[in-house]
Ligand binder design. Structure first.
Ligand code: SF4
Ligand code: SF4
Length: 325
């Protein structure tokens, strides 16, 4: 058995917030999670893009807390409400083994930055035990390049968001005007280290084994920022960059309280975004159908927070994301 190394929690600089707090003494940083790993849900998930979910599902591990802190968070029950159970490194390993044995196509670490020491232990242990399924980093894009340089030695697939291009919008949503710059540096490093997602099969018959795909969630009333994001990504990485353009935004109570982002994305807004992505020539593009909310989670339902997974069971007929390649 490998030794679990929790030193990085002692003076935490795991994410760009660089709180320098001792998480072994409590949950005293921005992410409000201690050095004990808290997990909200572990299970096969069918709501990812087909090349990630495949037929058997993606093996998701939803971590509680988040270092990004978007006020509109669709997972606010766990990112800000901290629902979840504390797991020791060994318990996390055992639960992950069980998930891997169910035949999921990957282990998908959702909102992982602030629990990297636990995840590193998990990846090292599973590889040592002979598990070969890809490890997937499903993150906000708000990451330090130094950390990603280390993480890219263990992780096979990266699904970073590129959330905002406008510093003012980033400031308003998650309190950091430097998000666009930080997320772009992170993305450059990842593409350099890992290349683009491959194999890329939009039907989901063959699932991806390594590389990078970027996700962008269109926000209501902010389609101009989406157009800027698309042009920026195209300029930086070209039209081969795998891209998932999402429209599933649902206003959370905090959106109504702030009277900002307090509605869904309109059909016309999403069409504008999709048209621009296609005009730019993105060839590996996932577009999303009108959302029925089946993958909007309720993490109070610990065993299965996603109605879409309950409906799909173990024999899914695919999520509501459609590839155009
Ligand atoms: S992971 Fe949490 S405690 Fe550590 S630097 Fe980031 S926000 Fe702060
Ligand atoms: S990065 Fe994702 S999980 Fe974190 S607060 Fe923002 S929307 Fe929520």
């Amino acid at each position: 058995m490998l030794a679990f190394d929790n030193q990085q929690y002692q003076c935490c600089t795991l994410c760009p917030r660089e709180c320098h707090c001792n998480r072994l003494a409590g949950a005293n940083g921005f992410c409000a999670e201690s050095g004990q790993c808290r997990v909200a849900h572990i299970g096969a998930h069918f709501g990812e893009e087909p090349c990630i979910s495949g037929q058997n599902g993606s093996g998701t591990i939803f971590f509680s807390g988040c270092s990004c802190g978007c006020f509109f968070c669709q997972n606010h029950q766990i990112s800000q409400g901290h629902l979840g159970e504390l797991l020791s490194p060994e318990e996390l390993l055992e639960r992950s083994r069980n998930l891997a044995r169910r035949g999921v196509h990957n282990l998908n670490f959702v909102t992982p930055e602030h629990f990297w020491p636990h995840i590193r232990f998990l990846c090292q242990s599973l590889r040592q035990e002979g598990y070969e399924l890809p490890f997937l980093w499903n993150s906000s894009g708000f990451s330090k390049v130094e950390m990603l340089a280390e993480q890219s030695r263990y992780i096979d697939i990266f699904l970073p968001d590129y959330k905002f291009a406008d510093p003012e919008l980033a400031q308003r949503c998650m309190g950091r005007p430097d998000y666009p710059e930080i997320a772009l540096s992170a993305l450059r490093l990842l593409v350099d280290r890992k290349g683009f997602l491959r194999p890329f099969d939009s039907s989901g018959e063959i699932t991806a084994s390594c590389g990078v795909m970027v996700r962008h969630l269109v926000l209501p009333g902010q389609v101009q920022d989406t157009l800027t994001v698309l042009n920026l990504l195209h300029r930086e990485f070209g039209s081969d960059l795998p891209l998932s353009l999402m429209r599933q935004f649902t206003p959370m109570p905090e959106c109504h309280a702030r009277k900002f982002l307090d509605r869904k994305v309109s059909t016309a807004e999403y069409a504008l975004a999709a048209d621009e992505a296609m005009r730019l020539g993105f060839r590996r593009l996932f577009l999303q159908d009108d959302d029925d909310g089946s993958f909007l989670p309720d993490f109070r339902l610990r065993q299965q927070p996603f109605a879409g997974n309950r409906e799909h069971g173990q024999q899914p007929d695919g999520p509501q994301i459609s590839g155009n390649t």
